[in-house]
Design a protein around this ligand. Structure first.
Ligand code: PNS
Length: 162
């Protein structure tokens, strides 16, 4: 593996980070020397947590991992990676539908930057139905989601207006 390959990027919106994300982060951090967690800056997307809140939540959930770094990025992910000498993207896949979508993204990213490789990690089956969107959907109805998100995230979700 070349030096550049030892750092990988796990990017997303993380609004908020879930146990599914955390599972991928913990496993990827064991595979790579450094794992960067890239939070997408998208001013056009309305989010429940602002960028700083999302970063703080990720930081708290990953404080037991010493090779994880959290960054923000804007625009194309492959451009950020190129500028920062990263050529591996990590993505979690929950379902075969995810595989279809992830393959499309992987091919597009490869087309945009041929040095980029995408590594797909199957999500732990117990988290295979979780998404940040579904968490927010059921949260509106006061559902119990304590097994789906880290405790710090749950506490912050409860403070939001639903
Ligand atoms: O939280 P998500 O929806 O899984 O994150 C998707 C994300 C942010 C990784 C993807 O949409 C992305 O990389 N966006 C930045 C813009 C970009 O590079 N688009 C091309 C993707 S093929």
């Amino acid at each position: 593996m070349s030096k550049n390959n030892r750092t990988a990027m796990f990017a997303g919106s993380f609004d908020p980070i879930t146990n599914g994300h955390l599972d991928i982060i913990e496993r990827a951090s064991k595979i790579f020397d450094e794992l960067q967690i890239g939070i997408l800056i998208n001013p056009n997307k309305k989010t429940v947590f602002n960028l700083e809140e999302r970063k703080n939540l990720i930081a708290k959930c990953t404080e037991h991992l010493d090779n994880v770094k959290i960054i923000y990025f804007e625009g194309l992910l492959v451009d950020y990676c190129k500028a920062n000498d990263i050529n591996t993207l990590v993505r979690g896949v929950r379902t075969t539908q995810d595989v279809d979508y992830e393959l499309q993204m992987a091919h597009m990213n490869k087309n945009l930057n041929e040095d980029i490789e995408t590594v797909l990690l199957p999500t732990n089956v117990k988290f295979s139905f979780i998404s940040s969107s579904l968490i927010k959907e059921v949260m509106k109805f006061g559902a119990n989601i304590e097994n789906l998100v880290p405790k710090v995230v749950l506490d912050e979700l409860k403070k939001k207006e639903w």
